[in-house]
Ligand binder design. Structure first.
Ligand SMILES: CC(C)(COP(=O)([O-])OP(=O)([O-])OC[C@H]1O[C@@H](n2cnc3c(N)ncnc32)[C@H](O)[C@@H]1OP(=O)([O-])[O-])[C@@H](O)C(=O)NCCC(=O)NCCSC(=O)C[C@@](C)(O)CC(=O)[O-]
Length: 333
């Protein structure tokens, strides 16, 4: 069955990359997802979603958001980041968030860690899951972590050396995989190089960030075609921002290549403060709705998620950012 899905995916892959080859795709790819197929969602709302908010959100509200998301069945909720509070003031209460959180067994609460200082602070409050974040673009790396890609990798290596010794779960991000706000197009060779280095350091998974949402199913497919020649698909997740309305389509393109993990943010919150023009992430509600329709098992209760989406949107005094949220909440009202 999986082989059949992969064959179907290859057809789709060709179709996106060379429009002329758009022969019949048939119903293979959507109707053959086995009922029990797991799909992992990494909810990044409490970190990526909030880091860009200008007004500081109360620690208690951040904790409530994380706990509500876990209450929806999400098993991976990125909780905060242990970056410099001078760079991202919104994450300045990282230790308090982790201390106040009632952590549940079986749930992962990864946090971003940029350096050894961040790791020490995270370990002091019992963090067991960390994420390091490199980039495929030199300019973005300098803006985001104040050093070149190579320097950042050396810095991250110190973190992973410790992390591996301590048995932490370590995730890696690669930003700007489909385009950079400062450099434009990014060659897939850059992505492959950084991804490979992060895996060699001990990351269990690499999340490919379309940081400014410029990718399309075409560019996502081409990147994955290149990357998956050397990297096992099980190691890859996608993190798509929805700036150009392509995020859901890009995740679907990744699914067709065999990817089974995607990041998303409740209510479509998000954006990187050091990526000019970056707007919200793919909304978790939109992702869950699509995955349900494809027959994947996410373990997420969409009704509960809609309540959380409405709650956090009201808290931040903004409209629900997901299409599904707006449609279903409107229907309920
Ligand atoms: C990497 C640094 C720290 C370098 O920043 P720097 O200024 O070069 O660091 P430094 O080592 O020179 O330290 C300067 C000061 O910061 C302190 N400091 C240093 N490190 C820490 C720490 N960990 N925690 C707390 N404090 C810290 C350090 O102690 C010192 O304090 P001072 O002596 O001046 O009082 C900085 O650039 C930084 O924090 N960058 C993070 C930026 C960020 O969070 N960006 C958003 C996350 S990435 C993202 O959103 C993309 C992603 C992941 O979602 C995927 C995608 O969409 O593509």
């Amino acid at each position: 069955m999986e082989a059949a899905i992969r064959r179907g995916a290859q057809v789709i892959g060709r179709r996106y990359t060379t429009a002329a080859a758009s022969t019949s795709i048939g119903s293979l790819r959507y109707s053959t997802v086995p009922a029990s197929s797991r799909f992992t969602i990494v909810e990044v709302g409490p970190r990526d979603g909030l880091q860009n908010e200008k007004t500081i959100v109360a620690t208690g509200d951040k904790v409530a958001l994380i706990e509500k998301l876990v209450g929806c069945g999400l098993k991976n909720v990125e909780a905060t980041s242990f970056v410099s509070p001078k760079w991202v003031p919104q994450m300045g209460d990282n230790s308090q968030v982790m201390q106040q959180l009632s952590r549940k067994n079986g749930v992962h609460y990864p946090v971003l860690v940029p350096n050894i200082e961040g790791l020490k602070n995270a370990l002091a409050v019992g963090v067991t899951d960390i994420a390091i974040f490199a980039a495929a673009s030199e300019q973005f790396s300098k803006k985001n972590v104040n050093c070149t890609i190579e320097e950042s990798l050396k810095r991250f290596e110190k973190v992973t050396n410790e992390g591996v010794k301590l048995g932490l779960n370590i995730r890696g991000y690669v930003s700007c995989v489909l385009g950079c706000p400062y450099e434009g197009k990014i060659p897939s060779s850059n992505v492959i190089k950084v991804t490979t280095r992060l895996l060699e350091m001990g990351c269990s998974e690499i999340s490919l960030g379309d940081t400014i949402g410029v990718g399309t199913p075409g560019s996502m497919s081409r990147l994955l075609d290149d990357l998956l020649t050397t990297v096992p698909v099980e190691k890859i997740a996608v993190h798509c921002h929805d700036t150009y309305g392509q995020a859901l389509a890009n995740v679907l393109a990744a699914i067709e290549k065999g990817v089974r993990t995607a990041d998303s943010s409740v209510a479509g919150l998000g954006g990187c403060p050091y990526a000019r023009g970056a707007s919200g992430n793919l909304a978790t509600e939109d992702l869950v709705y699509m995955l349900n329709g494809l027959g994947f098992n996410t373990g997420v209760d969409l009704d509960k998620l809609l309540e959380v989406s409405a709650w956090v949107s009201q808290l931040l005094n903004r409209e629900v950012g997901s299409k599904v949220g707006r449609a279903l909440l409107c229907k309920k009202a």
